[in-house]
Design a protein around this ligand. Structure first.
Ligand SMILES: *Cc1c(COP(=O)(O)O)cnc(C)c1O
Length: 395
């Protein structure tokens, strides 16, 4: 059998490559940080989700080591058999305190949190009303659930209202949105979503993966940004982005919802518990977040500076309320050429084009971090300007 299957795979792979969609891994030979080593050369990293610069933080590394020394390397169990230590309960409490919610359930990743949140809560009589640009893990989670599906155009409140009207016949309604949309950097209009949810008797879920730690004056995410702390029924998020960048996911929100997930959520029931080292580092990380706001302040100042200077240089940047700056180039081959030339200049970024973003909307996505110093930002802007002139984008 495999000979035929192999032929089939080879053909498919060749087609992916011919379409220019083949993903190649770029090998990093250092720790994650503002400066990384790529192919023996120092680069400035502007494409990590390492928004607070915690991925190589010595305090977190130390906390992970101490956690491993005290509680071992792994749990070798799911939570409800023998995979729950005091550390896991402490981290869940700290996450709930951070977001102003009632309880939290940990997962191996936010992909699992989203994969396991809908099916236990909603059935065929219910409605999930989902933003068209929501993350793949939300789309997959919704697919696993028998609820009726409604979709509204990205952040389009007139469309959301129409979908809510159509969903009035259903028993329960849940509106689902990303907190920050990762390709544009826009924050979801949670104030308006919340108003519509009140008007049409619906619940709200926000995936805070790109917004937690970043958005809001103290980085508490979009519920802080819109002054809606504790008002949203469900939040999901990751420890793999701003919160240290290792791994781990969570769902946090109303007590009974979390209770039900502990009974029925399949990635929680049938997948291994988070490793003690990561949990211990997570606890230390949330303590750091409550002790000081310096990282958020630095990130916000860096982002504001970067976008202002890029616009002044003449680049077409999408309006952003996050640490993501989408530099619009529109043309797919141009975005790849631009990114490659930036790498030659020692600036590590990624060019995105169809199907990751709509056709004719190719761009370079720059992710600003608290790990960046002003000098790093200036070097990045200078490289963009140089290549922009070379490729005739800037006058
Ligand atoms: C990154 C991301 C996820 C996945 O998080 P992991 O913890 O890496 O699985 C889920 N949702 C959104 C919106 C994300 O950006």
């Amino acid at each position: 059998m495999y000979t035929e299957f192999q032929e089939y795979l080879k053909k498919e792979l060749a087609q992916i490559d011919a379409d220019g969609l083949y993903k190649r891994e770029r090998i990093i030979e250092s720790a994650q940080g503002a400066e990384i080593m790529v192919a023996g050369k120092k680069c400035l990293n502007f494409c990590a989700n390492n928004y607070l610069g915690l991925a190589d933080n010595p305090e977190l590394i130390q906390a992970a080591k101490e956690g491993m020394d005290a509680r071992g390397f792994g749990m070798a169990s799911v939570r409800f058999i023998c995979g729950c230590q005091d550390l896991h309960k402490t981290l869940e409490k700290k996450i709930a305190d951070f977001f102003g919610t009632e309880d939290t359930i940990l997962y191996a990743a936010c992909f699992d949190a989203n994969g396991g949140v809908f099916e236990p809560l909603l059935g065929p009589d219910d409605a999930i009303i989902s933003d068209a640009l929501n993350h793949a893990s939300i789309i997959d989670g919704v697919r696993l659930c028998k609820a009726q599906r409604f979709r509204y155009a990205n952040a389009d409140m007139a469309d959301l209202e129409k979908q809510l009207q159509d969903a009035q016949k259903c028993r329960f309604r849940l509106i689902v949105t990303d907190g920050v949309f990762s390709m544009d950097g826009n924050v979801c209009p949670l104030d308006k979503i919340y108003e519509l949810a009140q008007k049409y008797n619906a619940m709200v879920m926000v995936d805070e993966s790109h917004s937690a730690g970043v958005v809001g004056k103290t980085g508490r995410g979009v519920t802080e940004h819109y002054n809606l702390r504790g008002k949203v029924e469900i939040l999901t998020g990751t420890l793999g982005k701003a919160f240290g960048g290792a791994m781990g996911g969570f769902t946090t929100g109303r007590k009974e919802i979390i209770d039900m997930l502990r009974q029925r959520s399949r990635p929680y029931l049938f997948s291994n518990s988070m490793a003690p080292g990561l949990v211990a580092a997570g606890i230390r990380m949330f303590d750091m977040m409550t002790e000081t706001n310096t990282l958020q302040d630095k990130l916000h100042a860096n982002t504001e500076y970067f976008i202002k200077k890029m616009v002044e240089a003449g680049f077409d940047c999408k309006p952003s309320q996050s640490a993501i700056c989408a530099v619009m180039l529109y043309d797919a081959p141009l975005s790849q050429k631009f990114a490659a030339k930036l790498q030659e200049e020692g600036i590590f970024v990624t060019g995105f084009y169809y199907p990751v973003v709509p056709k004719g909307q190719a761009r370079i996505r720059v992710q600003v971090s608290a790990a960046h110093e002003r000098e790093h930002l200036d070097r990045c802007i200078a490289a963009f300007t140089k290549i922009g002139k070379e490729l005739g984008i800037l006058k």
